[in-house]
Design a protein around this ligand. Sequence first.
Ligand SMILES: Nc1ncnc2c1ncn2[C@@H]1O[C@H](COP(=O)(O)OP(=O)(O)OP(=O)(O)O)[C@@H](O)[C@H]1O
Ligand SMILES: [Mg+2]
Length: 619
Amino acid sequence: MKQYTNTPVIPKKPGLIRSFWCYAQPYRRHIVLALCIMLIDTISSLAAPWPVKLIFDSVLLHKPLTAPWSQIIPTAVAQNIMLLFAVLCVVLLVLAIVSALATYYGMRLLTVAGQRVIFDLRCALFTHLQQLSPSFYDRQRLGDLLTRLTSDVQTIQDLLVMALPMLVLSVMIVASMLIILLFINPIFSVLGVVISLCIFFVLRIYLISIKQVARQARRQEGQANAVAQENLLGIRVVQAFGMEAHSRQRYQEMAAHTLRLGERSADLQSGLPSVVGLMTDIGTLLVLGIGGLLVMRSWISIGDLLVFSSYLSTMYKPLRQLSKFSNTLTRASASAERVLDLLQTRSDVADARNACEALPLRHAIAFEHVHFSYDKERSALEDITFQVRQGTMVALVGHTGAGKSSILHLLQRFYDPQRGAILLDGQDIRQFTLASLRQQIALVPQDPMLFRASVRENIAYGRPQATDEEIVAAAIAANAHDFISHLPQGYDTVLEERGVGLSGGERQRIAIARAMVRQASLLLLDEPTVGLDAQSEEKVVQALERLMAGRTTLISAHRLSTIQRADCIIVIDKGRIVEMGRPADLLAQHGYYYRLYALQFHLQDQTQTTSMKVLRRYS
Ligand SMILES: Nc1ncnc2c1ncn2[C@@H]1O[C@H](COP(=O)(O)OP(=O)(O)OP(=O)(O)O)[C@@H](O)[C@H]1O
Ligand SMILES: [Mg+2]
């Protein structure tokens, strides 16, 4: 099976089948073999009516064998009626067994290939989703994405695994029967073609209408799932505000819309088999009528009529099946469009064509006149220029919404700036591969985001090859070893999703240990102590100080106590740098930073004594 390092490159806007062919291609041998086996099945189905014809004409009605049967069947057998009867019965039995075996093996091969194709598609889709930049997720609803990844892919699987093998077999049978009928009796073949074409057009009209409804239904289902997902994730807030009834009503509205669409599509679908059934019945009646007349005039034998009517009824079977599978077919085609749409979404941030590997920081990170907006309307950062020299600690402070996190996002290339550049040792970070750039960075986010895995695995997330000793050493340095040791299974305790069950401070310390094992040259800390009480904060700050020792650090902080040791403080206001310098210098300036500081430490503004107090904190 394939390795999922990269999504297969899909050419822009080809047809659905061509777009998905790249997933089926690795299994083309399976598919060709399955088709060959199904061909045997088709041939045995085509041959089956002929022994029946011979039984009627030559055994029951005692007519002499005509060409080519008189040449194929040895005279000794042809002259002994009972022997001929027995041989024809055995041939029928053999054909039935061959057909059964071929159906089994052919279907099995195609089904297995279909399942593997779906497995590859699912993995490729997940890989692709992981590569898309955060700007994509800003615009998407998670519930809808999950619907595409799960139920849309499942619908395509239903088609590939259940319906398609049957349809392929049916199409092969219809085509070969029409060709044979053309040779035997053109009247019947014209009749067959006309009726098949009528059915085909009726089917087409139905399928187009059903597909439109199916498309809307899939979209609506995605929306309903998005509402469910959002409400379940925020269940605490929903319950705390007593909004259960409101949430239920919103979900019911969405689900009711899906129900209405389902009813409309059921309406269309239920009519289809009846219409197709009626048309095929009329077709059979026509064959019997015309055929009966021909038999009465002795233009054809009863056996011939049996062969024709058996061929025509075999031909109608797949058309009937197609009408039954219309639901699967249309749903799958609507789902395939949605999946393809996702696969064709390109990430806003991607490796440049000749991107090179980023090396550990040696000199400095520099922002040069960076302008950035998330939505191209409201500016988030304007003309940001500053430097972080290797081994120093630079702190970003400012009111909420000032743009601190945005600076950290840009440095990790979650987004690219619209103007200006970010340089790592003098080279634009857009010239590096994303993976190698992020390899140089250890992040402690504001929300630590732990995974449902053991504590050990969560810490090793920073560097999967970290040894047990390194993990424990990181936990000790992060002030986390003590509380981890008191967990029921210590480092092997499996955490709940998002680290539920641990306090905010404990989660934050695991996140610090995770950053510690990463051994990256650049450390990014986004509000690492926000929401912690004084005691937790003290432990986290101690851990951070160990983490920052010897590393280049860019930290965003509301709590100024966290950043008293910073080499440089950058004050941001409404996306612009309004002050920058050493903490003591900024305090002495009595500007923005001084006011922030005074506010946090409850100092009286503008008095000589407070200035002295403030300055003393730094001495
Ligand atoms: N994903 C996003 N899409 C659109 N706008 C965003 C997005 N994230 C942030 N913003 C906007 O960008 C501006 C800067 O946000 P940012 O998160 O950088 O602020 P911050 O200084 O980190 O604030 P805080 O201290 O509250 O974390 C804000 O006005 C915010 O509304
Ligand atoms: Mg922030």
